[in-house]
Unconditional design. Structure first.
Length: 305
């Protein structure tokens, strides 16, 4: 009978050790996690708000010539609202990764907000600003931009959990960058386009940007840019110079930065193509490497023997 009492006591002690802790001990952690997830959601809602505000501003300017609507509304403000939405979208992703507060709901919610802010808002803006004179071709061009934006976001959601993808680059031009390019263009040249040749040129540019969004061109993601790592002192000077340039001539500087990012993916694609001269150089290097490795392998074999 003594062993049975000992075994019952050991079972009771093991049950006590394996018993789940009280709710008071883990309730604060749950509240803390919920508080972290609210911050990326706040940036996403703010992004959606400014995208919707850009649409409202563009609609007010639709029937008013000169690019200025009634009251404070204007096409310049529409472009500015898209730029603010792009900045909030960058902060949303950065904060979510730094706080480790990413979730599937956040990814889907952010994509739906991006369709409004970087799909619907810029497509309506470029139509009202420069594609109205083309008639049906003009609004179809704006619709192509919207479709490519939605397709780009859908492809991103499929590849977001794919293993082996390079986090340094985006496949295709990001939708915020495409929207901010047109926002910078309208912000730099606010009067609406009335010349037919300029409208045709804008149509070609819009179709090109739409293609870049759904292409496989590599665009820098800046996800590996750590804010905690040490940087040279010259980096602070460069940041200050950029801020001074933006404050002195915001229209020209923002449009220039947008153009640099647009052409960065194109130049990176052209640099990776197998040009005839490069192919011959690679083949010559391979032949030289094989000829140089042959005597070395024979010598090492003899020495081993």
């Amino acid at each position: 009978m003594v062993p049975e009492q000992g075994s019952s006591k050991s079972r009771r002690s093991s049950r006590r050790r394996n018993r789940r802790p009280r709710r008071e001990s883990w309730r604060p952690n749950r509240r803390f996690k919920r508080g972290i997830y609210l911050l990326p959601g706040f940036f996403t809602v703010s992004n959606l708000f400014f995208g919707f505000l850009s649409i409202i501003s563009t609609m007010h300017c639709f029937a008013w010539p000169g690019g200025d609507g009634p009251g404070p509304w204007s096409l310049s403000y529409s472009a500015l609202f898209i730029g603010i939405a792009g900045l909030l979208d960058v902060l949303d992703g950065r904060v979510a990764r730094m706080a480790n507060a990413t979730s599937q709901f956040g990814v889907e919610f952010d994509s739906l907000a991006d369709i409004v802010s970087f799909g619907m808002a810029p497509s309506l803006l470029i139509y009202v600003w420069g594609l109205q004179s083309l008639g049906r071709v003009g609004w179809l061009t704006a619709f192509i931009f919207l479709v490519c934006c939605a397709a780009r976001l859908a492809r991103f959601n499929i590849r977001v959990d794919a293993s082996g993808s390079d986090s340094r680059f985006f496949k295709g031009m990001p939708t915020p960058a495409a929207a901010c390019f047109f926002a910078a263009l309208v912000f730099a040249l606010p009067p609406p386009v009335t010349d037919l040749r300029a409208a045709i040129a804008l149509m070609v540019v819009s179709v090109t940007i739409s293609y870049l969004m759904v292409s496989n061109f590599n665009y820098a993601s800046f996800k590996n840019l750590s804010l905690k790592s040490r940087r040279p002192y010259i980096f602070v000077v460069l940041v200050g110079l950029v801020l001074v340039a933006v404050a002195a001539a915001p229209q020209a500087v923002l449009l220039g930065l947008s153009l640099v990012y647009v052409f960065s993916g194109i130049l990176r694609r052209l640099g990776s193509l197998p040009w005839p001269g490069r192919r011959k150089a690679v083949e010559a290097d391979e032949d030289t490497g094989e000829q140089g490795a042959l005597p070395g392998s024979m010598t090492s074999g003899k020495g081993g023997e």
